[in-house]
Design a protein around this ligand. Structure first.
Ligand SMILES: Nc1ncnc2c1ncn2[C@@H]1O[C@H](COP(=O)(O)OP(=O)(O)O)[C@@H](O)[C@H]1O
Ligand SMILES: [Mg+2]
Length: 362
C-alpha cells in the first residue's frame, strides 16, 4: 500500500499541506519544531484515527481550530486507487470515510492502511511494560489472522463482565461460570493465534537481526498471561478469591508478554541505545516482511529521526533493508543530506523541506 497524495489540514503547526509522495522513500527534513513529526502524526491518524504521540485529539488539532482533517489517495499494486479521509473534531465527533462509505469500525481502517512507526517511543518495546509488547505482537496477529479481532473483542467483553461481577460481589455462580467459559474459549483461541504468529515471525526477526547487528543470543520468550502448565480455567478457579479482593482478573491473555532477552538477561539491561534501536528496527521490519510475504500487503513505515543514535554503517544497513522491503517510507531528519549515500541509484527518493509548517518538495 502506498499513499499517492496526502492532504493535511490543521494538524499542529500545519495549516494546510498537500504532498505527492514517492512510492519508495520520502525524506522530510527541517529544523527542530518545523513540523516533521506532525506530518508522520497526520499519516498515522489516517490509519488509526489518532496520533502516536497522544490520545488527546485537542493537542493534535492546530491551536484555535475546531477540527483537523486528513485525506489520502492510496494505491495497492495494480488495483484502482482508493480514497480515505479522517476528520476529528474538538467536540469529540469523528468522521471516517473509505471511498464513499463509512467503515463499520476502526479495524477496517487499520486493516486497509497497515502502519509501522519507528520513533523514540519504539524503545518502549524493550524497556516498557508488557502492554507495549502485547500491542506489537497483536499488530502482527491482527493482520495475519482475520478471526483475531473478533476473538479479542469477545474476550474483552467476557473479561469486563467477570470483573464487574467480581467488583460488585454479585456472585451468581451460574452467571460467572458462563462468562468464564466464554473467557476461556476466547483466551485459548487468542493464545493459539499468538503462538502461531510468533513461530512465523521469529525466524524472520532473527534474519533481520543478523543483517542489522552482530548480536547473537537475542531471543523472544512468550508468556501467555497465566501459568502455561495449567489450564486457564483451573487458574481462574484457584485465583477467584484473590481476584475478588482485587476487583479484577489477574490472569489471562490480557496479561501476556513477549520478553526480549539477550542470553539470560533482559535485552534492555545489556544493550547500548544504538543496539536497542537496531533490535527494535529488526522487529518492525520483520513484521512488515511477514505481512508482505503472507498477504501481499506492505505496511507504510514512519521513521522519526532515523539517523539518531546510529553510526554510519548501521544507517547504511538499515536503509538497505528498508529499500529491499520495497515499502513506502516516510523518514524525518534534521539534515537533508545525511542519508544521501545510503540509497541505491534505482531507489525512488523524494525530498521534502519542512519549514514552519510549510512543506515544499525539493
Ligand atoms: N496544537 C498545535 N497547534 C499549533 N502548533 C502546534 C501544536 N502542537 C504543537 N505545535 C507546534 O508545532 C511545531 C512542530 O512540531 P513537530 O512536528 O514536533 O516538529 P519537528 O518534528 O519538526 O521537530 C512545534 O513548533 C510545536 O510548538
Ligand atoms: Mg520531531
Amino acid at each position: 500500500m502506498a499513499i499517492t497524495r496526502l492532504d493535511i489540514h490543521r494538524i499542529r503547526n500545519i495549516q494546510q499541506a498537500t504532498l505527492s509522495p514517492s512510492p519508495g522513500v520520502n525524506l522530510l527534513w527541517g529544523a527542530n519544531g518545523s513540523g516533521k513529526t506532525s506530518i508522520l502524526e497526520a499519516i498515522h491518524m489516517l490509519s488509526v484515527a489518532r496520533s502516536f504521540r497522544t490520545h488527546k485529539v485537542k493537542t493534535v488539532i492546530a491551536h484555535g481550530e475546531p477540527q483537523c482533517t486528513l485525506f489520502a489517495r492510496l494505491r495497492h499494486l495494480e488495483e484502482p486507487e482508493m480514497t480515505v479521509g479522517v476528520q476529528r473534531q474538538l467536540d469529540g465527533d469523528n468522521q471516517i470515510r473509505i471511498g464513499a462509505g463509512q467503515p463499520s469500525n476502526l479495524a477496517e481502517l487499520a486493516r486497509l492502511l497497515p502502519l509501522q512507526v519507528i520513533n523514540p517511543d519504539a524503545f518502549r518495546l524493550l524497556e516498557g511494560s508488557p502492554s507495549e509488547r502485547r500491542h506489537f505482537l497483536d499488530w502482527g496477529v491482527f493482520h495475519q489472522e482475520i478471526l483475531f479481532f473478533d476473538c479479542w473483542r469477545r474476550y474483552q467483553r467476557a473479561l469486563k463482565q467477570r470483573n464487574s461481577l467480581l467488583k460488585y460481589a454479585r456472585i451468581d455462580p451460574l452467571l460467572r461460570a458462563s462468562w468464564e467459559a466464554e473467557l476461556v474459549t476466547q483466551a485459548a483461541a487468542i493464545d493459539e493465534m499468538r503462538k502461531a504468529y510468533l513461530a512465523r515471525f521469529s525466524p524472520v526477526f532473527q534474519d533481520y537481526l543478523a543483517k542489522l547487528t552482530g548480536l547473537e543470543d537475542i531471543a523472544l520468550h512468550y508468556y501467555p498471561g497465566w501459568d502455561a502448565k495449567r489450564s486457564l480455567d483451573d487458574v481462574l478457579q484457584s485465583s477467584a478469591a484473590r481476584d475478588q479482593e482485587l476487583g479484577f482478573t489477574q490472569h489471562g491473555p490480557h496479561r501476556a508478554d513477549m520478553r526480549i532477552r539477550c542470553g539470560p538477561r533482559a535485552a534492555v539491561d545489556v544493550l547500548s541505545r544504538g543496539q536497542q534501536k537496531m533490535v527494535v528496527c529488526a522487529m518492525k521490519l520483520a513484521q512488515g516482511q511477514v505481512l508482505a510475504s503472507d498477504h501481499q500487503r506492505q505496511p507504510i513505515y514512519l521513521i522519526d529521526d532515523l539517523p539518531a543514535e546510529l553510526d554510519r554503517d548501521h544507517r547504511q544497513a538499515l536503509c538497505e533493508l528498508i529499500e529491499e522491503l520495497a515499502c513506502q517510507v516516510f523518514i524525518t531528519s534534521v539534515e537533508a543530506d545525511v542519508l544521501d549515500e545510503c540509497w541505491s541509484s534505482g531507489c525512488q527518493v523524494k525530498l521534502f523541506h519542512v519549514e514552519q509548517g510549510l512543506i515544499t518538495e525539493c
